[in-house]
Ligand binder design. Sequence first.
Ligand SMILES: Cc1cc2nc3c(=O)[nH]c(=O)nc-3n(C[C@H](O)[C@H](O)[C@H](O)COP(=O)(O)OP(=O)(O)OC[C@H]3O[C@@H](n4cnc5c(N)ncnc54)[C@H](O)[C@@H]3O)c2cc1C
Ligand code: FES
Ligand code: FES
Length: 494
Amino acid sequence: MFLEALSPVTQQLDVQLSFAINGEPVSVDNVSPAMTLLEYLRLSGRAGTKEGCGDGDCGACTVAIVGEGADGQPHYQAVNSCLIPLGAVVGRQVLTADGITQCTIPKDAFVKEPVTIDKLHPVQSAMVETGGSQCGYCTPGFIMSLFAAYYDGTPDDLSVEGNLCRCTGYLPIRRAARMVAEAAPQDRFAEQLGASSTALLPFAYMTDNNGHSERFYRPTQLAEVLDLLQQHPDATLVAGGTDLGLEMSWHRQHYPILISLEAIAELKQVQHTEASVEIGAAVPLSHIEANLHGIFPAMDEMIHWFAARQVRNRATLGGNIGTASPIGDLPPVLLALDATLKLAGPSGDRTLPLANFFTGYRQTELQPGEVIVSVQIPRGWTAASDRRLTQSYKIGKRGTDDISIVAAAFVVDVDSSNTILHARLGYGGVAATPARATEVEAFLVGKPWNAETIQAAKPLLKEAFTPLTDLRGSADYRKLLVVNLFEKFFVEFP
Ligand SMILES: Cc1cc2nc3c(=O)[nH]c(=O)nc-3n(C[C@H](O)[C@H](O)[C@H](O)COP(=O)(O)OP(=O)(O)OC[C@H]3O[C@@H](n4cnc5c(N)ncnc54)[C@H](O)[C@@H]3O)c2cc1C
Ligand code: FES
Ligand code: FES
């Protein structure tokens, strides 16, 4: 690893951010650690990476970073460079579309020398052969999503679900993905990956821009995070940065002190017991998707519809809860599954049912100085139950890469005579916080799981929430979805 001399995070502050772009070490100083990687790439003349939306929705800015895959090994991961703050890139290798071609690259990107292209990368050749590019604006992003998938053996529709193309149409791009799907790459990138480390070393950085001091800390111990929060009560925690990145790049929010949770081993563990699964708050959703598949079907379904690959590679469970959005997709699932949060703070650890965590619009029980450590989800069915019926649903304006109008997750345990023993109905997008329909749950228990019970529950469900009208949907539409999604659940799981 090229980045060796790092200081203990609480003692000494570095004045440079160091990482590698297309194999070349880069060190920058005097820049905001909250500057996005995309902004840096383009300002430094690496304009092959494009900016479309600037908020994670179009994929034009996709680059690959070397990160820890769900199997714990180094993998190329497609990420949106418009959402990643430069501080989060420290010590990492970044690859861009202009760096994966074997070509003679001029030392200075501004020197007007012809660039001799010796050999396109196989995913680039496939896109040329299938005619997968017209205006080409989206192409570098598609290339990098396909590039990352190529080395995982998964170039398919899902690998490019976070990339939009407005003029070519998707068929040629899908053909290009199929063309490279069979290959078992043995090239310099595969070799580089084999020799890479994913260990994220600690660092602390400070810059002073025109009298505005900005800091970025990446500690490796939870105790250090708690310590830093005591020293800097105004600091902001950043995990995957997919919510905060949007605040920084789109809303131009200023975060003078950021504390990264990415290198905290305690927050990245998944513990299985007979009774429960405990997921560290900083575990990326793509790891949950790959490693916990089949344990909680309602979670599998919701993660499938959660954003797109680039976002899931970075977004964490702790971030989805910590952001406390009323339209966060995983809280309704976790509410239905009776999840409990483990929190750590200056006066020690405590546990709290997720149902008691959200207190108002974007407000939570999290006290100053506290961190979400993990989410514990019980596996168990209710004693004496014969089967567990469970599913989740997300209604958005488009299937992939969109936020919910309404999200719902249901868990119903029934006994051998089809009587409901336990019911949980979690919803998002219908109140100021993610919420359970507790009155309806109480109504259902003891009743038979049949069409009459569902019909009897519908008027209660209709009045369970008082949603708002906004640009995504009217209050009446949302109320209707609350009822209809539960009925759909019954139709699918009679
Ligand atoms: C293009 C795009 C699509 C998206 N699609 C979806 C979607 O389909 N469904 C959905 O629900 N969301 C979606 N999101 C929102 C976002 O991706 C999720 O909320 C994600 O889970 C946030 O996780 P993160 O690790 O990136 O959080 P960050 O951005 O790092 O942090 C979010 C907030 O949580 C706090 N936080 C993070 N970790 C902790 C912790 N351990 N303890 C205490 N506080 C913490 C941070 O301080 C911050 O306030 C989307 C975002 C984008 C940009
Ligand atoms: S610019 Fe659109 S996703 Fe980054
Ligand atoms: S080729 Fe023009 S947007 Fe895709």
